[in-house]
Design a protein around this ligand. Structure first.
Ligand code: GDP
Length: 460
């Protein structure tokens, strides 16, 4: 495909040792040649220069030296975008970066839209859509687990699984459509039992991909953990202990953590988003009651709840009350008895840990048994599954497409059960193929591409 030539600063737009400006498109060599002077070769021509090499010289504009730079050359189709590409490594002054970009624009390049380099890579067949999306995931990955999933997707993890399934289904669709051409003769090219078995096996693959989404989503965005409990039980102190910093307000006056504070920490490569909340209690203070309302909202969006109880002021029936609390329904709930350092006999609480499997005794203030809590959090996040080489869905667009595929495949199965005619069967199979194909971009629309790539950063 032929596009106009685009340019963008690919590194963060702030001061750095060096910055990289990318130029891609049919005119990129011509544009760069007009402003670049090789330090030794006066007859230097980008067209004739070797690809995948860096060239040292100056950017000169209207007889003024703008900067000493390195040009790296990538000739089509062997570049990220599949087009002729030049990467200009200049000194990292914001002025120089902006000036060079401005000159490139004056010379005929256009400012790249967010994600346009990657979009071109997709449109030029260098990668499929799920791989292009993995580029964005890779850039935004914050933990080793999310990095691992993004790399796997970038290397075609999802694409390979789906294209194999899709191919088999396409074969059947073609056979059924062939039957339609011979409809007068009542022939059956596509064996219905084989089709049924195929659809069942594809459906089970799709179902396992769908099931991986909740883990994938947690890994990509962080596992949301809420710390809840009455005022003064030590929620902020626990948050500090987990984060090892002083972000939350720790105070002896009940109700001082007015709003939710959110921060993240990583254990063994898994990102957790920790949400401290205003204390849960009935209150007439308006500001505080807003905080409490938010607590309930936060609990709703969390996966794990750490409900704190105070060992210095403890009654066993509180545990039962927490366990039947409706707000925690569907959440992974841990009851944390805090401040055990103040209790003479730590053993007093040992019996509760035996009786209630999800109860942990800690001292947030003295950071005792925090390791045990980390371990529980890791187990609950389901990371064990990650160690296998299983493909994990992290993208809600893929999730939706797989869900639609599952519905279509169920329609095919129902159709087979009820002996519906080939034309209806073919329609359902085609629909499933379309939904499967939308993940890797075999089937795509301009709106969909616009939506995906507009979320990328400029220069990528
Ligand atoms: P929050 O209102 O639930 O956020 O409670 P804070 O974290 O503000 O703590 C309230 C009080 O309990 C502060 O004086 C803390 O120092 C104290 N506290 C918190 N955790 C512990 C603990 O493990 N042991 C002891 N002895 N005191 C604690």
């Amino acid at each position: 495909m032929i596009f106009n030539t685009i340019a963008a600063i690919a590194t963060p737009q702030s001061i750095g040792a060096i910055a990289v400006i990318r130029v891609s498109g049919t005119k990129s060599f011509e544009i760069c040649e007009g402003i670049f002077k090789h330090n030794r070769n006066v007859n230097f021509k980008l067209n004739e220069a070797k690809s995948h090499k860096a060239y040292y010289g100056n950017i000169i504009y209207e007889n003024e030296i703008i900067d000493e730079v390195l040009l790296t050359l990538f000739k089509a189709p062997h570049s990220f975008t599949g087009e002729d590409t030049v990467e200009i490594s200049c000194h990292g002054s914001v002025y120089i970066q902006q000036r060079i970009l401005q000159i490139l624009i004056e010379k005929g390049a256009q400012i790249a839209k967010p994600g346009e380099f990657t979009q071109r890579s997709f449109l030029n067949g260098k990668m499929d859509l799920s791989q292009a999306e993995a580029v964005a995931d890779l850039i935004s990955s914050q933990s080793s687990a999310s990095h691992k999933i993004a790399i796997n997707q970038l290397r075609g993890g999802i694409s390979n699984e789906l294209s194999a399934l899709r191919e088999k289904l396409i074969n059947f669709a073609s056979l059924i459509e062939l039957e339609l051409d011979f409809s007068e003769e009542d022939v059956e090219f596509a064996n219905r039992d084989d089709l049924k078995n195929l659809v069942i096996s594809i459906n089970s693959k799709v179902t396992s991909l769908l099931q991986s989404f909740s883990l994938g989503n947690s890994i990509k965005n962080g596992v949301p953990v809420v710390i809840a409990g009455k005022p003064n039980v030590g929620k902020s102190t626990l948050l500090n202990a987990l984060l090892n910093d002083d972000k939350a307000i720790v105070s002896e006056i009940a109700g001082t953590t007015r709003d939710a504070i959110e921060d993240t920490f990583i254990i063994e490569g898994i990102l957790f988003r920790l949400i401290d909340t205003a204390g849960i209690r009935n209150t007439t203070d308006v500001v505080e009651s807003i905080g409490i309302e938010r607590t309930f909202e936060k609990i709703n969006t969390s996966q794990i709840v750490l409900h704190l109880l105070d060992a210095t002021n403890f009654e066993e029936q509180e545990i039962d009350k927490v366990l039947i609390d409706e707000r925690y329904h569907g959440k992974q709930l841990f009851i944390i008895i805090n401040k055990i350092d103040t209790v003479e006999l730590e053993k007093t609480f040992e019996k509760f840990t035996i009786k209630y499997p999800n109860l942990i005794c800690i001292s947030a203030k003295e950071k005792r048994y925090i390791e045990q809590l980390y371990k529980k959090l890791l187990e609950t996040a389901g990371v064990d599954e990650l160690s296998s080489n299983q493909t994990i869905i992290t993208n809600s667009r893929h999730f939706e497409a797989l869900l639609n595929t599952q519905n279509d495949l169920n329609s095919v199965l129902n159709g087979l059960q009820n002996n519906i005619t080939g034309d209806f069967l073919a329609m359902d199979i085609r629909r499933a193929l379309q939904h499967l194909g939308s993940i890797t971009g075999e089937v795509s629309t301009e709106d969909l591409l616009g939506n995906i790539f507009s979320r990328f950063c400029i220069g990528k």
